[in-house]
Design a protein around this ligand. Structure first.
Ligand code: NAI
Ligand code: SOE
Length: 390
């Protein structure tokens, strides 16, 4: 069976998630499109790279990502570093003829993201952006129902992505709160996932009108390079630095289809952990999804008998998208890991078949334009057309 050698850049949270997917993808999807070989891992900190090599099962470790890209054994570059270095790495990888999967957001703004799109298109390599939540089977089932016309023409999309790991002002100033590294705050970090789902399920955005707030303007400076996502708190007398990104974004959407929508997102919502939801109303039915109950999809169809009408819960399993390859009984439990395994399989399939995969760098660019439009609208208090963003 064909093998593809993976070179992973970054040794933190996402290194774990992606390595797990490379190790287990063929156990779920068999025959696998190709076997992932965890060939080499790089981190700016060689100690982190070496530790990650041993922990995540790679053969080699590099302290400089350029050496990893120059390694002739590597077929695929997987970028799981903070956002400010994605572009430089992806462009170098494309020039070296490597296939690329890059974490979201692709880069810090639309202009920077476009340079990545141009590079992969010019090189003719396979490219994917890691918006993995749309690969939850229940989300794919929602897509199937929409494509089959089960809820008719979509009228509205209401989405949320709420977390609370940064609600404490003593949660440290990691790279996720710095514009020069992250590009934006809750917007690019988490709202972008729901924007991806909204485009996937309800279509292209025409314009947005946004409220953008920074609630906690300074935070204690973080020790060490890894973002511990609020699990390590500082004391209130620790030296502080400025937060120059958004803490919360709420925005209205006009879709190109004429549908309307709204999305709310913050990492400061006490009591909400990974609260990714959407409710879609169509002319002949409604669909509701909540990632915190990700085995479930709630649906209501207009032609349900009047005495039984209301939302009902479908538990995803073998009858549903990806179901035959995952677990044999509905509700055994889909986890975050499974979304990454499915993502990995679809990426490998695209490389082997030479076909495009979605979401790719063009999707990443469209989402970056939407994010830029949201920030612009937050400043001007006006509707901003996505087509006005370069
Ligand atoms: P992290 O802070 O846990 O790890 C980042 C790693 O990158 C660190 O080990 C750091 O030393 C390394 N690094 C930084 N600059 C580097 C450079 N120039 N060269 C090589 N290594 C470098 O970050 P995390 O949470 O893993 O996030 C990485 C990316 O993944 C981000 O773009 C983030 O938005 C995305 N992400 C996506 C998730 C998803 O659900 N799809 C979940 C979490 C993160
Ligand atoms: C932190 O908000 C974070 O790790 C995001 O960066 C991811 O994209 C999200 O899926 C989980 O939370």
């Amino acid at each position: 069976m064909k093998q593809l050698n993976v070179g992973l850049i970054g040794g933190g949270f996402m290194a774990k998630a992606h390595s797990l997917a490379y190790a287990s993808m063929p156990m779920f999807f068999w025959p696998a499109p190709a076997i992932p070989v965890r060939k080499a891992i790089a981190d700016i900190n060689l100690e982190v790279a070496t530790d990650a090599k041993n922990r995540f099962g790679f053969e080699k470790a590099y302290g400089d990502w350029r050496e990893l890209i120059a390694d002739p054994e590597i077929d695929i570059i997987d970028i799981v570093t903070p956002n400010n270095v994605h572009a430089e790495m992806a462009i170098a990888a494309a020039k070296a003829g490597k296939h690329i999967i890059c974490e979201k957001p692709l880069a810090r703004n639309a202009k920077e993201t476009k340079t990545m799109l141009d590079a992969v298109e010019q090189a003719g390599v396979t490219h994917m952006v890691a918006f993995n939540y749309r690969r939850t089977p229940a989300v794919e089932l929602a897509k199937k129902f929409i494509q089959e016309g089960r809820i008719g023409k979509i009228l509205s999309f209401r989405g949320t992505y709420l977390q609370d790991w940064s609600a404490d002002p003593n949660s440290p100033l990691s790279w996720r709160f710095k514009k020069d590294v992250a590009g934006s705050g809750a917007l690019g970090d988490i709202a972008a996932h729901v924007i991806d789902m909204a485009r996937y399920l309800a279509g292209e955005f025409e314009s947005v009108n946004a409220l953008v707030k920074t609630w906690i303007p300074e935070r204690p400076i973080q020790q060490g390079g890894l973002d511990k996502l609020g699990t390590v708190r500082s004391t209130s007398d620790a030296p502080k630095g400025v937060v120059d990104v958004d803490d919360e974004v709420n925005f209205l959407i006009n879709f190109e289809s004429g549908a309307i929508g709204s999305i709310e997102s913050t990492r400061n919502a006490h009591g909400r952990n990974n609260y990714i939801t959407f409710e879609i109303h169509g002319e002949t039915g409604s669909i509701f999804f909540n990632y915190e109950r990700r085995d479930e999809l709630q649906v209501c169809f207009a032609d349900d008998p009047a005495d039984a009408k209301g939302f009902r819960t479908i538990y995803t399993g073998p009858a549903h998208p990806y179901g035959e390859s995952l677990w044999p009984i509905p509700a055994l439990g889909i986890g975050y890991g499974e979304t990454k395994i499915v993502e990995c399989c679809d990426f490998f399939k695209a490389i082997v078949d030479g076909t495009p995969v979605s979401p790719n760098f063009n999707d990443g660019y469209q989402i970056a334009k939407i994010c830029d439009a949201i920030l612009q609208s937050g400043e001007t208090n006006e509707w901003v057309k996505i087509s006005s963003i370069e």
